[in-house]
Write a protein that binds this ligand. Structure first.
Ligand code: SAH
Ligand code: SF4
Ligand code: F3S
Length: 471
């Protein structure tokens, strides 16, 4: 297939990883990636529907793209991702000028769908689940065109079996399926052989990794081997030669066990960073959300984690204004957040998603003005602890991996510490992305650190040549 394409990503890391595959498939089929819409023949919007503003953004963008499409014969618009999965043929009903609507389980079909619609006109193709003909389509097995060369996302699990009352993800990503450990290990080894030194393991609920694998073995009557669990996975991935940093997202506090924390602490490659989604500090709200833990239990695990990894950075997700959240509930969230001493927080305003339990609790929706006020109060608490955490790092020498020059000022480079802290620094001569270096931290701000380059520790591998890697 000839032509040029742009892929725009609206969602989370999984969504970004799917974009890499969409891009890889189009590129393998002969198309060329470009940055500019004006050059493109195909624009793919990889959508998210986690909150309402994500929906609005898509339909706003599609309005603009109608003009883009009309400007040149043969242009195509593809809508992929979670919002397609949710709205199905509703996308083309609202925006009939869209050429291809494809769901989260149809990524492998990208190139065929673009081709088919060139001949036959608009197509909507949404599979209900990832299993087809008894075969699980693990998207990681698809080619990927990666944006960076030194780090990579690796899917370890797809879907989610939890029932968090606010969340649309299980409806659009299907049931939870773990990817076999050997496949994961093989992909990581292949990435490492191509110069990747940092991997981020992706799943919606990584602590339950492997449970379904043992069930499948039992069903088939094969030898009942204990299922590989997340702790083992961390150790195995951390042992792959060439991998210097392992990250993962997201664990679920209800399933967090000490063995995972021990595996983190005992595996040198696993970074000292835990993204640990709290959602609320109030036990009453946590129970309404069906989260399966209490504020106290959450904090206890954090004490264990910090005992095992004293220099652990902890980040979190919090929802403000869940239906029925009272002032007392919110104060409890402030208390737990203060006690947890977070390095940073992603705070979200509750957004009702049709089809979820929380969307039906209309009579207890919280007044938007109250929610806005709570959002600000929480931000103050979190920014205070974030700044203190950053100030404590001033004077220390830290290992960073270089990301590259910053967009605003090319003389300023950015890098990430093992704790995933963003560091700004100005090297005398440019450093390549993927270089490991040590920097001395000289200044702290709530959202970044300022450093001075001390030493280059390792250059990125020269083996990185071909952007298309297939697992
Ligand atoms: N599986 C991951 C996160 C999935 S979504 C986990 O369980 O941690 C990412 C974040 O979006 C969630 O942690 C939650 O804080 C937020 N979120 C999900 N649904 C939401 C909704 N309806 N309104 C507001 N925030 C929401
Ligand atoms: Fe959503 Fe809960 Fe699953 Fe996370 S664990 S994806 S919040 S249902
Ligand atoms: Fe991710 Fe958004 Fe889908 S957060 S899983 S892209 S709904």
């Amino acid at each position: 297939m000839t032509g040029k394409y742009v892929v725009r990503t609206f969602g989370c890391q999984m969504n970004e990883h799917d974009s890499e595959r969409i891009s890889g498939l189009l590129q393998n089929d002969g198309m060329e990636a470009v940055d500019d819409d004006s050059e493109a023949d195909v624009i793919v919007l990889n959508t998210c529907c986690i909150r309402e503003n994500a929906d609005n953004k898509l339909y706003g963008t599609l309005g603009h793209l109608k003009t883009w499409k009309a400007a040149r014969e043969g242009r195509q618009i593809v809508v992929a991702g979670c919002l397609s999965q949710k709205d199905k043929d509703g996308v083309q009903k609202r925006a009939p000028w869209v050429d291809v609507v494809m769901g989260t389980h149809n990524v492998h079909r990208t190139a065929e769908l673009v081709r088919e619609s060139r001949v036959h006109g608009p197509i909507t193709e949404i599979y209900d689940e990832a299993v087809n003909d008894d075969h699980v389509l693990f998207p990681s097995a698809l080619p990927a065109r990666r944006e960076t060369t030194y780090n990579a996302w690796v899917t370890i699990q797809i879907g989610c079996d939890n029932t968090c009352a606010y969340c649309i993800v299980p409806a659009v990503r299907g049931k939870e399926i773990s990817r076999p450990l050997d496949d994961i290990e093989r992909e990581v080894a292949e990435l490492a052989a191509n110069g990747v030194t940092e991997v981020t393991l992706l799943g919606q609920n990584v602590n339950s990794y492997g449970r379904d694998l043992s069930l499948a073995e039992r069903r088939e009557g094969a030898d009942v081997r204990p299922s590989p669990r997340f702790a083992e996975l961390l150790r195995r991935v951390g042992a792959v030669e060439g991998i210097r940093r392992v990250r993962y997202t997201s664990p679920h506090p209800k399933d967090m066990r000490i063995d995972v924390l021990e595996a983190m602490a005992q595996t040198p490659a696993v970074c000292e960073h835990l993204h640990y989604p709290l959602q609320s500090g109030s036990d009453r709200v946590l129970s309404l959300m069906h989260r399966g833990y209490t504020g106290a239990r959450y904090l206890e695990r954090l004490v264990d984690a910090r005992r095992l990894m004293p220099d652990l950075a902890v980040t979190t997700d919090i929802i403000v204004g869940f239906p029925g959240e009272t002032e007392d509930d919110f104060v409890r969230t402030l208390e737990v957040a203060a006690a947890a001493d977070f390095d940073s927080t992603y705070t979200f305003i509750f957004s009702p998603r049709e089809g979820t339990e929380a969307a039906t609790m209309v009579e207890s929706f919280v007044d938007p003005a109250v929610v806005a006020d709570r959002f600000e109060r929480l931000r103050t608490v979190v920014e205070r602890s974030a700044l203190l955490k950053h100030q404590a790092r001033v004077g220390r020498t830290e290992e960073i991996v270089v990301e590259g020059p910053s967009k605003r000022d090319p003389s300023v480079f950015t890098g990430r510490t093992r704790q995933n802290k963003l560091v700004h620094f100005s090297p005398v001569s440019p450093l390549r992305a993927g270089t490991y270096a040590s920097v001395e931290i000289v200044r702290a701000a709530p959202h970044f650190l300022q450093g001075e380059l001390r030493e280059v520790l390792a250059e990125p591998s020269h083996r990185i040549r071909i952007p298309v890697a297939s697992a």
